[in-house]
Design a protein around this ligand. Sequence first.
Ligand code: FRU
Length: 501
Amino acid sequence: MINDKLKKAREYEVRKEKEIAPDKRPAFHLTPRVGWMNDPNGFSYHNGEYHLFYQYHPYGTNWGPMHWGHAVSKDLLKWEYCPTALAPDESYDNFGCFSGSADTLDDGRQILMYTGVQSTKDEDGKEIVFQTQCIAVGDGTNFEKYEKNPVITADALPEGASKIDFRDPKIWKEKDGTFRCVVGSRPADGSGQILLYSSKDGFSWNFEQILIQNKNRFGKMWECPDFFEVDGKWLLMVSPQDMMPVGLEYGAGNGTLCVAGHLDENKHLVEEYTQSIDYGIDFYAPQTVLAPDGRRIMIGWMQNWDTCGVREDDMKWFGQTSCPREIQFVDGKLIQNPIRELSNYHKNTVSYSEVLISDCISLEKVSGRMIDLEVEIKPEDEENCYDKFVIQFAKNESFHSDIVFYPKESVLEIDRSWSGIRRAVQHQKKCKVADNNGSIKLRVILDRYSVEVFVNDGEHVMTATIYTDLEADGISFFADEICFYAEGKVKANVTKSDLEF
Ligand code: FRU
């Protein structure tokens, strides 16, 4: 049934999307059809297509009553919008249809599982908001909310867990046909934990256990969990709120965390290793899909709650998803690389080998704001290593953003201070990378309003949005010495391809 709120959103987006010129959006990072986007939701493969839903407020470029926007793609790069999938039109989700996920039922229908947020008043007239898990089922375009919603309520919470912070179910089907889901929860200690539920049919759910507890180590509440096996390890991806910085591994605010481990005999996740998922400025709430060919592919919200003020004033959309990343777990570490389909859109490839770099140089035909750029560098002379290597991009006389490598500390920095932003929020972020005697391999993906830097074949990723005037498309390189007597130069191999869609 398409009721009033959904109908209104569907009509509105069709009317208003015409006001957004296609070249004022990223080319392959999904943006909301109109208005606001946050988390990717319902990332799934259904009926021969990838589906990506997202937290959506069509009526403005700030967060508002949450709908689910929807797009489909054959290759995760060229997206086609579908009509709004969900609107907050029931009593149990009147405050919003918050984040969730999707899968396919045994009968072939698509199932969406999301958090219904209900706002009511207590006897003193004070607003209370609480969260439950809900279901909608459909044909891939239109979805009917289940008449017995909500399907997981406070009754199925372990003792002490908050009814207010209980959200973001990620559903999957086990090999034996059982559905499971993980949900973010706040226990009595005020931090986060992940709850595991199971269901035979996708509709009737039982609490199984607490999968893992944060115990106030990594931020507080854990949002948007995803849980899957890859390369023989179980990985839990979560997005903690209220992080405190820890060295260069975790930054303050909303962050991302990957916990790798194994399952004990009681199916608890036994933690073996933890790391950030992305070390840049703008990446949150990632979700994965298992592709038909077995690849585990992840997409995140290419944004951070604290940096939402970084934008152009007259934008009619806000929020984008990240480049889809292939996830692996190799030698005890998370490895992320841009999906291989990206190379299908390479055009005008140019390569330079063993270029000697000290003073600021540009290379002919190495420029642009929609490019895939590979830069592999090493010191010209290992005994006399350079102090700093810089790639400046989105550059003209007024603006530039920088990727800076300090070989002696093995630190990579992203810096968008001069990208044209007028807001005083975080513009720099540093990441500790492998010490390879001054060598480093960078793959830099630019798409109009963003940069994603994949380091050393995916060992680290740094992501940031930039809203620099699109005319600033220059790229230059230089190597610097901090001491006047050091003259270390860099030897670089550079390959650039335009990305054309
Ligand atoms: C994460 C989040 C989710 C929630 C959604 C609301 O960014 O806070 O926990 O479901 O956004 O839009």
